[in-house]
Ligand binder design. Sequence first.
Ligand code: ATP
Ligand code: MG
Length: 180
Amino acid sequence: MPLKSLIINGFKSFADKTTIDFTTGVTGIVGPNGSGKSNITEAIRWVMGEQSAKSLRGSHMPDIIFAGSALREPLNRAEVTLIFDNRNHELTTDQTTVSVTRRLFRDGTSEFYLNQKSCRLRDISDLFLNAGMGKASFSIISQGRVEEIFNSKPEERRMIIEEVAGVYKYKQQKQQAEAE
Ligand code: ATP
Ligand code: MG
């Protein structure tokens, strides 16, 4: 399921609306230290439902909003949109193009959209879990992650395998059902 575009607006160092279009093949993002390469992958993880501020190198979620610089005032909201080419219907929806948007305001309120329609965070998480692309899967491998997987406990490694295999979502649903 190819990525088509990523639109970042007010997320971390991206104070201005920035669109990255992915063409076919491999996309490389290069730049000096501190130029925002990791922020791009974090924007992708965030819009796909990341809920841990720590794993986005912050202490609470509003830390991902552009915090201002010598020349610019801080912003009050961050917004990221990810657009997928879904012609192979790997995401279980009829749409051949799927867009996912997440918006966060400094007061902590959030908004989520699937194809421009307001939805819950859970709808977005489910969409990716169903496609075997939840937040613990191999879809994004960050610095140090390979080592971490090798060094992880067997139970933790099993969770990753279960998520990739598509079993994990049923476990989560079972847990949810039991809690309700
Ligand atoms: P490296 O090559 O060292 O891995 P990188 O290109 O991955 O660097 P990032 O870690 O993506 O760089 O970007 C770090 C920059 O983002 C820092 O300059 C930091 O000040 C800036 N930054 C992080 N959070 C915010 C924020 N909320 N507002 C403004 N700037 C931010
Ligand atoms: Mg980096």
